[in-house]
Ligand binder design. Sequence first.
Ligand SMILES: [Zn+2]
Length: 349
Amino acid sequence: MIDNFKIESEKDDVCPTCEDMRRVETGTRIETVQIRNESVEVDANVQRCTYCGNFFSSGDEDEATIQKAYRKFRERRGLLQPEQIRELREQYGLGQRAFARILGWGEITIHRYEAGSIQDEAHNDTLMLVRDADSFARLYEKNRKTLSRSVSQKVDEHLIPLMRDRQEKYFVEYLASNLNEPADLIISGNRKFDLERFESVILYFCGKLDHVYKTKLNKLLWYYDFITFKHLDRSATGASYVHLPLGPVPDNYDFFLADLIRKGSLEANEIVFDVEKGVTGEWFKAFQKPDLDLFSDEELRFLDQVAKRLGDMGARELSDLSHGEDGYAKTKKGEFISYEWAKNIRLFT
Ligand SMILES: [Zn+2]
């Protein structure tokens, strides 16, 4: 053990063995702590008396050594650390007692765990489970009668946005996985809708170009998918486009935009053009890099070309441009625009 002692400094202090003032070395040494039949080695802060050679440490130092060993033990066993338990509890707006009650545990159990006691495995399993808002909500429903009205109101305030977030996420995933199935040449351009590609193209345009307004973004997406289809016989994102008054718009596009905003990948900025008439516009800025590895070199070349050729155009100009395309001119309001019209796109010819 003495071999492990790393001296950091020296001072005059009382040696508990000699019971007298001595020259004392301060430093660390490796100690083994037994936790549930397991040996955990940690660096412990200790002193050594240079006169009698004995090691000693304060109560605080012993406690710190134990806590260090506990942390290592929890890490090894995949147990939550005290601060993770506290964060979990605070996520639901709960005090320690109320949280313990919802979990059906003794009142001071959570207090003990947050203060550093090691939780048993079954309790840890429950804690891991209630990190998921749905699982927590089920336990909460079961035990909410044990809570005061003000406490359950506070939990509701925290829980409802968490659940809504989850539901929106599931909804968008469900929507994306059920769009254009099976892939239909006419409306999806030979590709099943691919959410990752679709989001990446949005992030690409909104990262590369300034002030990308909603109408403009729709046109950029449409041109990109149709030009890609024209040359490669397959669309880039699998999105379907609908004929709307201001031009072609990706089907269900608002949900996917909202999802990007919810995730913090995209920021929406509203601008008021005319206060009296209440005319507003929204432009987007990307806060996440697009995943360009998803695309082939040719697909990336078209993406770059669309950004270069159309990126500087205003929404009005782009809208007029798209109105002149056969895909738009030969369809009616509300109809899907067939990818078969891609061959007539006049841009890049
Ligand atoms: Zn001594």
